[in-house]
Ligand binder design. Structure first.
Ligand code: ZN
Length: 324
């Protein structure tokens, strides 16, 4: 590897000379720092070399080679004036067997991937990568967007809530703020940059207020789930006027079952045939929600097992998981 190339792979301050690695250990690069005075961290006065130890640190990574190490003498200095002895690390952030550049690089690689994935790729213990990630990972993400989804979620169910904003198209996290009142929602929205055209939220009045305050020109869109829930509630409240509904339905059927418009007459006829069952649908408190839920469960069981070839065992598994 050329000197230039090594310098790119192993970014080091100018005071270091990088030497070639040996054939036996192609990924260990000895580095030699320029001689310079090392001041005492307490009194800033002159210090003298007390002892030194040759040590190796992970510093970079190269495709097909793996982790690149630097090897250098780490000096232990003694101060003339205050007698302090200290280890000098040339500002490399030497901790155990890695430099700060290396730890930051690893933390950066965790973005959009799982920590275990990164740990496996670099042959590092999971807990080490995890620690570095939480120490160095920056939360600086791209915050420009045009369409925003905003909602709340429980950090601890029934106790603590947080407000979260996503990019409507990519689902990227834009901002997240503790709390769910107007202040929290406003703060979450203020963390978003760009020419925001629309904001999708639920029906909460606090949402409308915050959206109007932060993005007065944006369109406020109510989300579909809550809109349908809203209509379902309205339908439930109308159930007590069922007698009137029956009369109106009969009127409507009488009027349209011989209507010249064929498809309309057909609809009226099929409603008339099923009228009794349809009205029971509105009155009855029974619903097939449980069935839909179970179907979803079955789907997940299938997926968890990557499909079942043996139908008998599949049914047995269903009895086990949803038979109680
Ligand atoms: Zn000193």
């Amino acid at each position: 590897m050329s000197q230039q190339f090594i310098k790119l792979l192993l970014p080091l301050p100018d005071l270091f000379q990088i030497q070639m690695s040996s054939d036996e250990e192609p990924n260990v690069f000895p580095v030699i720092p320029d001689r310079h005075d090392i001041p005492c961290p307490l009194c800033q006065r002159k210090t003298v070399l007390h002892s030194k130890r040759r040590r190796r640190f992970r510093h970079g990574h190269a495709w097909n080679v793996g982790i690149l190490w630097i090897e250098l003498d780490v000096p232990r200095q003694r101060c003339f004036s205050c007698d302090l002895t200290f280890v000098y690390d040339y500002g490399l952030g030497l901790v155990r067997t890695s430099t700060e550049v290396f730890r930051k690089g690893i933390a950066e690689r965790c973005h959009g991937r799982t920590i275990s994935d990164v740990a496996r790729e670099y042959g590092l213990p999971y807990t080490t990568v995890e620690r570095w990630f939480y120490r160095y990972a920056s939360v600086e993400t791209e915050k420009h967007t045009t369409d925003v989804l905003i909602d709340e979620f429980a950090t601890r169910k029934g106790h603590h809530y947080a407000t979260i904003a996503l990019d409507a198209e990519s689902g990227r996290l834009l901002s997240i703020v503790p709390g769910r009142d107007v202040t929290a929602i406003t703060a979450a929205l203020q963390g978003i940059a760009g020419d925001v055209r629309s904001v999708v939220s639920d029906f909460a009045p606090a949402m409308a207020k915050a959206v109007a305050h932060v993005f007065p020109d944006a369109k406020h869109v109510l989300d579909r789930f809550h809109l349908i829930q809203f209509f379902t509630d309205a339908l439930r409240r109308r159930r007590r006027f069922l007698n009137e509904a029956k009369r109106r339905l009969t009127d409507w059927l009488d009027r349209y079952q011989f209507h010249p418009c064929g498809p309309l007459a057909k609809i009226a006829k099929s409603i008339q045939n099923r009228e009794e069952a349809m009205r029971r649908t509105i009155v009855s408190s029974l619903s097939n929600g449980k069935m839909e839920g179970t179907n979803n469960k079955i789907k997940l069981i299938k997926r968890r097992g990557y499909g079942y070839r043996n139908l008998e065992r599949f049914f047995l598994r269903l009895y086990l998981e949803i038979g109680r």
